[in-house]
Design a protein around this ligand. Sequence first.
Ligand SMILES: [Mg+2]
Length: 307
Amino acid sequence: MIRLDFSRARWWAAGLTLVFALTTAACSTTRPAAEAPMTRADSLAVVAEFSDPNLKSTLWTQTAVEYGGVARQAYALAELMLQRALSDSAWTAAIEQAERGSAAYRDLPPAVVLDVDETVLDNSAYQARLIRQNATYDGTSWNAWVRERKATPVPGAVAFTQAAARMGVEVIYLTNRDHVVEEATRDNLRLFDFPLSPDEDLLLTQNERPAWDGSKTPRRTFLADRYRILLLIGDNFGDFAPGAESSVGERQRLSQTYARFWGSRWIVLPNAQYGSWEAALYEFNYGLPYLEQLERKFRHLDPAHNE
Ligand SMILES: [Mg+2]
């Protein structure tokens, strides 16, 4: 997970609000009644306080029935596709496996590979805390959240993974959570009865092995040697294919290349809170000052968008 540093802009907005409030107070001759409508200064204060770019997306995740509906829809489709995949021994969801030809994988044990965050576990409570505390994402607070083991299931995820296990399909979790929080992640998953083998390590974390970095490709390749990968399920392009960390245009081109995978071999969950889609807008330049990131995002707004 990666976040913008928007706190500077908040201070800027808060400063403006303060200046406006002082000016208004100096010019005012009467005090507003307690029940008076909100003043402009109050409105600005509210905007400054709640201008977090994640406010709407986090509220959508936490309160909109539409979010739960989309998630359940994704997992209902996943279950249908799982049945189809099981009956077709040439079927694979992994590009890394497809390139080998079906003779290389048709007899391997079947598996589904799921991302964890915003795919099977909902971390919007962590996002809500950041917004309310006027804080930004960092690895320390993230790992502390993970160690609380309080993430809740994404709607539909428990039922799907349990159904897959009943069908004799191995359920594998491929996450960019760091290896230092693997045990906490296991506990959190088990708390909600997600299938997780006690005998085999089917939770592949980042940095668990030297080559297992933020790209999921080496870990998908590792799995492709051992399982027939029936479905990839995730919320981020990197959960499905190499090349997620490229330009917006290149990501679109890659997505088109694999158009037939979406909705059949690849099942995607919605995540408007964060992801490679957002960092692509400022070329993954995480060190860029906030306002410059914002400016680059602004440039991507297309008033003539017609796709
Ligand atoms: Mg994720």
